[in-house]
Design a protein around this ligand. Sequence first.
Ligand SMILES: [Cu+2]
Length: 511
Amino acid sequence: MSIYHDYFFDEAAYNIHDGGYVPLVRPDVPEMKLRVPPVMQPDRVDGQDVYYTITAQTGETQLLPGAKTKTWGYNTSLLGETAIFKNGQTIHLHLVNHLPEVTTFHWHGLDIPGPIEDGGCHAPVYPDGSRDVTFKINQLASTNWLHAHPCPETAAQVWHGLAAFAYVQDDHEAALPIPHTYGVDDIPLVLQDRHFHENNQWNYRADYDPDGIQGPTAMINGTINPYFDVTTQKLRLRLLDGANRREWRLHFSDDLPFTQIAGDKSLLPHPVKFDHIMLTCAERQEIIVDFGRYHAGDTVTLYSDDVALMTFRIHEFKPDNQVIPENLIAAIPDPEPAPDLPIKKVVMSGMDEAVMIDGKKFVMNRIDYKMPMNKCQIWDITNTNDEMGGMIHPFHMHGTGFKVISRNGQAPYPNELGLKDTVSVNPGEHVQIKVWFHVAGVFMYHCHILEHEDGGMMAQLQVVDPKDPDAKYHLIDHETQMMTFAKERNVPMDQLWLGGMESYKKMGMHM
Ligand SMILES: [Cu+2]
C-alpha cells in the first residue's frame, strides 16, 4: 500500500495565509494526562429503546495551572460525555438547559428528522427549560458529534465548550479486527484552540474574528499539553476538528505512517495510508497508528504544522499482528441520481462579513430549496473565493450523508470515498456530491467555519416526504431570536452583541 505524503488541499488557501491567522504556540505548562470523556450512561434501557438525560451546564475546569477556566459542557463542566448509540436503537432524550441563554442540541452527522430532532436553530431549549426528542438510529457506524446550534450564537457556545462525541456502532464495524476498547486503544480526540486571557479565562468577544476565532493554545479533549499512555501496539484515534476555524495539518514524529479507516459518516471502502493528513472544521477521520517499531520508554509526538500537540508515551504492549482488512465495508451506498432532478448549484462566496450562500445571507424562516425524500440529486458546490488565495470553506449538510463524486471534474481525495457530511472546497473549485435523504424536514446547509455560518453563510432546505407533502414546520425568525437573547442578557436590542450580527450589519442587512 503506498503512503500519501500530501495534505491535498490548496496550500495557497491554508488558514496560515489569513491576515488574522493566530499561530499555535506550545504552552509552557507541565504535560497533563489526556482527558478521555466518560461514556454517557442511559437513564433506562428497554430493549432497543434507550433513554438519556443531557444537561447543558456551566462550570469551571482546571485547564492551566492557577485559576480554573469558566467553561460550558454537556453533563460535565467542559465538552461532554460520549454518547454511544447503536444502529437500530430508538433514542429518547431529555434535553435540559442550565445555561444562562437559549441553546440547541444539534446531532452533527445523525440521519434524523429536522428541524426539531436534528437540533438546529428551530429547536430551542430555553434557560431552566427542557425538551424531549425521540429518534431512531438508522445509519452506518461512524464518529459523529453533538454541538450547540442557536443561530447566530453557535460559534460562541461551541467556543465555551458545548461539543461532545456521539458514536454510532453497528455489528459490521464491531466484528472488524481493529481496536475497539474505549479509552484504551480506541480514543476520541477533539482538536480545538483557545486564547487564555487574564486569570486563565476565555473572552469570545475580545477575540472575535468574522473569518473565525482562533487561539494560540491547542486543546485536545479539553486538555492542554496532553500525554497519553500507550499500552497496546495499535491505537485507533477518532479525530474531530472541533475548532471554530482552525485547520489541522497532522503528522507524527519520525513521519510515522498511519492508516485512515473511516471518514465522517462511514468506514472507507479501503484503508488509506498517510504520514500527513489535513482536517478541516467539523470533519472526522479515524486513523490507526501502529507503534510496533517503538519500545517502552519511547515517546511519539503528534504535530500540527510544526507545533507539538500531544505526546504518546509508549509502555509495554503485546505484539499485535492483526492486519487491517483491505475491504473495510462491502459497499458504500451510491444511489443513481433521479433523472427528474437537475444538478443543484450552490455557491459559497465572500470572506469576513461578506460571506454568503447563493448571494444571500441566511434567513431563519426562509426555505431556500425543496427536494423530495428518497431521491438522489447531484449538488455542485462552488467556492468563488479567489482574492489573495481565498480560503477553504468546509461545506456541511444536516440530516444526511453524501458521497463526494468529483473535485473540478477530477477524482475526490483518496480518503473521501466513504460517506461524508462535511466537504471542504478549495478557492475556485467546484465539488460535486450525491445527496439523498431518508428522513424529512427542514435542514440547514452551511460553511462549518462557525463564524461564517453565524455571519450568514448558511441556507435551508426542506426535504419533502411524498406521503406527507403538506407537512408544516414552525420556523423561528431572526427578530424573535434576537429578542430572546436581548431579554436573557437584560439589554435593549440596540445594545445586543452577537458575533454573527456584525456581519449582517456591516453588509447593511437586518438580522
Ligand atoms: Cu466559510
